[in-house]
Design a protein around this ligand. Structure first.
Ligand SMILES: *Cc1c(COP(=O)(O)O)cnc(C)c1O
Length: 242
């Protein structure tokens, strides 16, 4: 077995163990491998290990990989902040967009998706840590925002996504995850709809996220190896110890 496949099996075991600790069914937790900075060959290794959908945080890089892997059945989830003028690209190739945080982007995605005859699975990004440099809505804005999204027929809005504070203090990280569970409950109560998806947890904190209800964990470095190019870090991130 190659290294990527072996790492995927290890992460799957850790997901199952974290789920068991809180009496959850591991089948309710989706592992989204994050392939940013990694070459198409690495994506193909993970495809051979059974994964079909991959996360990328930059639109241009995602498009490049989509083009070079066009002959495959691979699907793309854009998980990073999107500027309105790039929405048209996402509408063209992505299956999922996890970082919606503005009506302008929603509007532009909907317009372009209609033109293309496509739909898009969407998560609303929430700034659960209150850090200024982080994207996403404040928790208190989410209900009103989510209600406005119901007018966009092409957007299948399934739930919420967040990046927790980047800290070795488990309590601070847990606070972000608990805040997300609260926002999800608020949304459910306000709208009567399930909003089932909670995308939270990365290489350094996915087990904690699962213990707090994550249904999707986005894991890059623990599968594909550390990213050494600092230009590819999102604000505040650091390589994971391995
Ligand atoms: C890079 C990235 C991840 C994965 O981070 P790792 O440390 O590689 O596991 C998750 N979510 C988002 C939004 C990212 O940009």
């Amino acid at each position: 077995m190659n290294e990527i496949a072996a790492n995927l099996r290890t992460i799957e075991e850790r997901i199952a163990a974290a789920a068991a600790r809180v009496d959850r069914d591991p089948d309710g937790i989706r592992l989204l491998p994050v392939t940013k900075t990694k070459p198409p060959a690495a994506v193909l290794e993970a495809r051979r290990a059974g994964y079909r959908r991959f996360g990328e945080n930059k639109v241009q890089e995602a498009m490049d990989k989509w083009e070079s892997l066009a002959e495959t059945d691979i699907e793309w989830a854009v998980i990073g902040h999107l500027q309105t003028n790039k929405a048209r690209y996402v509408a063209r190739f992505a299956t999922e967009f996890q970082a919606l945080d503005s009506l302008r982007v929603a509007h532009e995605l909907d317009r372009r998706l209609q033109q293309a005859g496509r739909r898009l699975e969407v998560l609303i990004q929430v700034n659960s840590s209150g850090e200024e440099q982080k994207f996403g809505l404040d928790p208190g804005e989410v209900v009103a925002f989510a209600r406005q999204l119901s007018t966009f027929d092409t957007l299948e809005v399934r739930g919420l996504m967040t990046l927790a504070v980047f800290s070795s203090d488990q309590e601070q990280v847990s606070q972000c995850f608990r805040r997300m569970q609260e926002v999800q409950r608020e949304l459910q109560q306000a709208t009567g709809e399930p909003w089932p998806e909670l995308s939270m947890g990365m290489s350094g904190d996915f087990e904690l996220a699962i213990e707090h209800g994550a249904t999707c964990v986005r894991v890059g470095q623990a599968i594909f190896g550390n990213r050494l190019d600092p230009n590819h870090y999102w604000p505040g991130s650091m390589p994971v110890q391995s």
